[in-house]
Design a protein around this ligand. Structure first.
Ligand code: ZN
Length: 260
């Protein structure tokens, strides 16, 4: 199963593209700020800003990938994929003239070789990111936030997406229970901050239920049995139904007790 997943495009679990998420945030930032506030991006796609003069004074670690970002003496840390994004050509020229006139590239340099100020113009960056291919084989670990929110995957609606996710994660759960795989092998496929696959399934079920309610379908189990008795027969769906019944029963009991 693991090999199959690695070699195939898993539609419902579309990859989280941090670059695309950052792109629109950077665009807003650049429109709202002048050249004295700098936008930078890490090789992992996480962006950050430097205020005051817009140039880095300290090195620190990216809170997403833990690689070094920032920089010392007004020059960004030299690493592939880590660079400043200028709003346009004139902002780039203005800042680079300032950097050159101040001789910052010659400070802290290696063996007399000038330091490199990695940079890109926003339009060039935008073009690259928008043409980036999102379809990656297998399943990439994503954040919990990304997993929960609605996803745009081709023309699929949210109900279909949650159903496919439920089936995939139920297969993971069963594979572990049947000892075909251990948790470490599955770990790379499950979203961050979930300790158990069961919690992910509960999330899928909640999302599915709320999507169905939006279109007036209040009984998830009946809906599942109507579209396919095989889906309705999934063990996990039955467990959730039982849990729901149990909760409803508890609520009714409490109400009853209060009346007495
Ligand atoms: Zn990073």
């Amino acid at each position: 199963m693991i090999d199959f997943i690695k070699e195939n495009y898993i539609l419902s679990l579309i990859q989280e593209n941090l670059f695309k998420k950052s792109l629109y945030q950077i665009e807003n930032f650049l429109n709202e700020n002048d050249y004295k506030s700098g936008a930078y991006i890490c090789s992992c796609g996480k962006w950050y800003s430097i205020l005051e003069c817009g140039l880095p004074k300290y090195e620190f670690k990216c809170d997403n990938c833990k690689n070094i970002i920032g920089g010392i003496d007004h020059v960004p840390y030299d690493r592939e994929g880590h660079f400043r994004i200028f709003k346009d050509k004139s902002e780039e020229e203005f800042v680079m003239k300032w950097v050159n006139d101040s001789n910052w590239l010659k400070k802290n340099c290696n063996n007399g070789k000038e330091r490199v100020f990695r940079r890109k113009i926003f339009s060039e960056f935008k073009n690259e990111i928008e043409n980036m291919n999102d379809d990656i084989k297998g399943i990439k670990k994503c954040s919990k936030d990304f997993f929960i929110k609605n996803k745009n995957i081709r023309q699929l609606n949210q109900i279909t997406i949650r159903l496919i996710e439920s089936i995939i994660y139920e297969c993971f759960l069963l594979n572990i229970e049947l000892e075909y795989n251990n948790y470490d092998e599955i770990n790379n496929f499950i979203p961050e901050n979930y300790d158990y696959i069961f919690d992910i399934l509960r999330e899928c079920w909640n999302c599915l239920e709320s999507e169905l309610q939006k279109i007036g379908i209040m009984e998830t189990e009946i809906f599942l049995n109507m579209i396919s008795y095989k889906i309705g027969d999934l063990k996990i769906m039955k467990i959730f139904l039982m849990l729901k019944l149990e909760m409803n029963l508890k609520k009714k009991l409490i109400l009853l007790l209060k009346r007495i």
